[in-house]
Design a protein around this ligand. Structure first.
Ligand code: SAM
Length: 321
């Protein structure tokens, strides 16, 4: 067992790879949407993308995850390729594609930072919540510019995760196993929603150590093999063999506009900055979406962002090369 922690910077796609199949990235074919929970938010995204890329012949969805929004906008475009660095996400996307019956989509593993497509091959590129997760944004945007045709379009939805930070919610889970060698094997994943931060504590605790003795004297621990308080986590941390983290990032309208402008994109328009309702409003889609939103009022939408992990400030950006 190592005394000191070993830190490893894990790329965001790896975290998504682990998330594939769970929660919002589950394999469900209900309207091709990842989960009922997110229906109207995701439907809004679809409508915004359709508005932006309708009629485009060749579209590339970078960081397509399990196929949202590709699967939902395919009817409105000529053909679409969805790529993701996570093999597991692509596996699910392919499965959902088979169920959908669409014949103009291809899902494949690919890296935003090194696109395997030739220059000027797409009419439009969509980024649905994926830009924030690319490790090297400059490299990705340069690649996007390279593969876009002249006057090709980018449509991007992103969240301001700095806003999220102040309303962060945490999910805890952890489990212990006793090994035959008098050790306790422990794994605890702490997830933060700013954005997609995941800390993975794994360690082996000697049952005779101070912490080991403490755990074994705790009746709750012996019964449930879980940790109840964060205080115990701090004690475990020095024994970590792996820690994953990512840095805080600001993607508000000014920062995101600058990012595209610095990388040579033109005609940058940021619309509908705010909660999803504001994006709907700016796109003139409130009436169309009303049935899905169950008449959700603006006030309710405003409140719901405090209750819902994805109700952070979102922005929709379009630009051209
Ligand atoms: C927030 S998820 C969005 C997924 C999907 N677009 C959606 O809206 O449900 C971001 C996705 O980007 C992918 N990703 C991160 N870095 C990538 C990279 N360098 N190349 C391709 N995909 C990447 C992740 O694996 C993840 O599936």
């Amino acid at each position: 067992m190592k005394d000191r922690p070993i830190y490893r910077k894990v790329e965001q796609w790896e975290i998504y790879d682990r998330m594939a199949g769970s929660s919002i990235y589950a394999d469900t074919d209900k309207k091709f949407l990842p989960s009922e929970r997110y229906d109207w938010t995701l439907l809004t995204e679809i409508e915004l993308f359709i508005n932006a890329v309708k009629g485009c012949k060749k579209v590339l969805d970078i960081g397509c995850g399990i196929g949202h929004p590709s699967l939902n906008i395919a009817e409105d475009v000529g053909s679409i390729i969805g790529i993701d660095k996570s093999e597991r996400m692509i596996e699910i996307a392919k499965n959902r594609l088979r169920k959908s019956g669409a014949n103009n989509i291809v899902f494949e593993v690919g890296d935003a930072e090194s696109l395997k497509f030739s220059d000027k091959s797409f009419d439009a590129i969509i980024l649905c919540g994926s830009l924030a997760t690319f490790s090297d944004k400059k490299k990705s945007l340069q690649e996007i510019k390279r593969v876009l045709k002249k006057k090709g379009k980018v449509a991007c939805i992103e969240a301001n995760w700095q806003y999220q930070l102040t309303h962060e919610r945490r999910f805890h889970e952890g489990n212990f196993r006793f090994t035959e060698k008098g050790l306790i094997r422990y794994r605890y994943v702490r997830r933060l929603l700013h954005p997609h931060k995941e800390i993975d504590y794994r360690c082996i605790i000697d049952q005779k150590s101070v912490l080991g003795k403490k755990l074994l004297s705790d009746r709750h621990f012996l019964k449930h093999k879980t940790l109840k308080t964060e205080m115990s986590i701090e004690e475990v941390e020095p024994h970590c063999t792996e820690i994953e983290y990512d840095e805080q990032e600001k993607l508000d309208p000014e920062t995101i506009t600058r990012l595209f402008a610095e990388n040579g994109f033109k005609d940058i328009v940021v619309s509908g900055y705010g909660v999803m309702y504001d994006l709907l409003n700016s796109a003139g889609l409130v009436n169309k979406m009303a049935p899905y939103m169950k008449e959700l009022s603006k006030a309710e939408a405003g409140i719901s962002r405090f209750l819902h992990p994805l109700k952070t400030e979102m922005l929709f950006l379009t630009c051209k090369v």
